[in-house]
Design a protein around this ligand. Structure first.
Ligand code: ZN
Length: 378
């Protein structure tokens, strides 16, 4: 992997040297009954901006989570009234290992010292693992089609252990939206993985993911994350990793907190999927129909011979009474397969924003983005 640059915070950015493979993409789409109708190559649009693409090596430290915990401990201590709460000194190591210096469990120490069960529950849900991880931001079709397919089944907390975009769930109708995702030229995938070289074969290596959207704030392009998919731990790692990429104008979904504006951004619309279908027509029916009068054939009159007059005379047609309408029973039977072809518009993939076809409305905290940008101004 080619090192492209190292950010001020130590994050290393590597080139994403993966070849696009429409065959691989089609193989993923073909599993599901709905996405198999998508033609990978015609659905895919090249992305309008390639500058964000790469593999970012991030280091997940937990100092921030630790200080969040200390703030809550302190808050309970300061706001105590009826119950007597004992002051505790908890180190980062105590927090990380869950044990006090004397070996007592941190959770029980908190409860015994008068702190709330809510605080202990908050503590036990906090992720303590410090780790190195990789976030690959990709526009490659197989990565987009595999946004859930590449996860190990059962390891995510979403639908059926991954998410509804997993083509391995062959009856999942939502998978058709992968066509919209392939088509949308401002949509990127952010993939969390633990080994750098996994990006060449993501099978089972996708720990968490988010769809990132290209938006222009103050005419400068940036990527904003949308929903996270993964489990409690991996989504947290993804979030923490994304927080380290603001120097590259890539933002976590913190950009939605206390949003200040509804930003409108142009988009390339729906994916017009060409669908060829064989339709079975089988029908047998007998019904009453009005037909043109078979006797007068529309003249409404009839020429009849009178023996007594000894000549032909014109009379009003006696079958239709001059109305040229005759009611009769008609029988038909058909059993045929017919090939039909037409365009089916597939809506673009949307999360955290409203898609209006040729543009999106996204609620953003622009101040947050501007503040982050200020940090890196020379
Ligand atoms: Zn008639």
């Amino acid at each position: 992997m080619n090192l492209l640059k190292t950010l001020k915070n130590g994050v290393k950015v590597y080139e994403l040297d993966v070849m696009e493979s429409f065959k691989r993409t089609q193989d993923i789409l073909n599993i599901n009954n709905y996405s198999k109708n998508i033609d990978a190559e015609s659905a895919y649009s090249p992305r309008v901006n390639k500058s964000f693409i790469g593999t970012y090596e991030v280091k997940i430290e937990r100092k921030e989570d630790f200080s969040k915990f200390l703030k809550m401990v302190n808050h309970e201590f300061m706001n105590q009234h009826r119950h007597k709460i004992e002051s505790l000194s908890i180190s980062f190591d105590n927090w990380k290992t869950g044990k006090m210096d004397n070996g007592q469990r941190l959770g029980s120490k908190l409860l015994k010292s008068g702190y709330s069960k809510k605080l202990v529950d908050f503590y036990s849900l906090q992720i303590k693992k410090e780790t190195k991880a990789f976030i690959s931001i990709s526009d490659i079709p197989q990565h987009i089609a595999g946004m859930s397919y590449y996860a190990e089944p059962g390891t995510w907390d979403g639908k059926k252990g991954t998410s509804c975009m997993d083509t391995r769930d062959i009856h999942e109708e939502e998978c058709i939206r992968l066509g919209g995702a392939l088509h949308d030229d401002k949509l990127y995938i952010g993939m969390l993985h633990y080994n750098a070289n996994e990006v060449h074969n993501m099978n089972g290596a996708l720990r968490a993911r988010t769809i990132l959207r290209l938006v222009h704030i103050d005419d400068i392009p940036c990527l904003v994350a949308t929903l996270y998919y993964g489990n409690n731990e991996t989504k947290d790692i993804l979030h923490n990793g994304l927080l380290q990429l603001s120097e590259c104008d890539i933002y976590s979904n913190d950009v939605y907190k206390d949003f200040t504006i509804i930003h409108n951004e142009h988009s390339n619309g729906c994916y017009d999927m060409i669908v060829i279908d064989d339709v079975h027509i089988k029908e047998e029916k007998e019904e009453l129909m009005n037909v043109c009068c078979p006797m007068c054939k529309g003249t409404k009159t009839s020429e009849q011979y009178s023996d007594k007059l000894e000549r032909f005379i014109d009379i009003t047609c006696p079958l239709c009474n001059g109305k040229n309408v005759y009611q009769t029973k008609v029988y038909y039977y058909i059993d045929k397969w017919i090939e039909v072809e037409d365009v089916k518009p597939v809506k673009p993939y949307n999360e955290m924003y409203e898609h209006k076809g040729d543009s999106i409305d996204i609620q953003l905290n622009v101040g947050y983005i501007r503040e982050e940008r200020m940090k890196y101004e020379e």
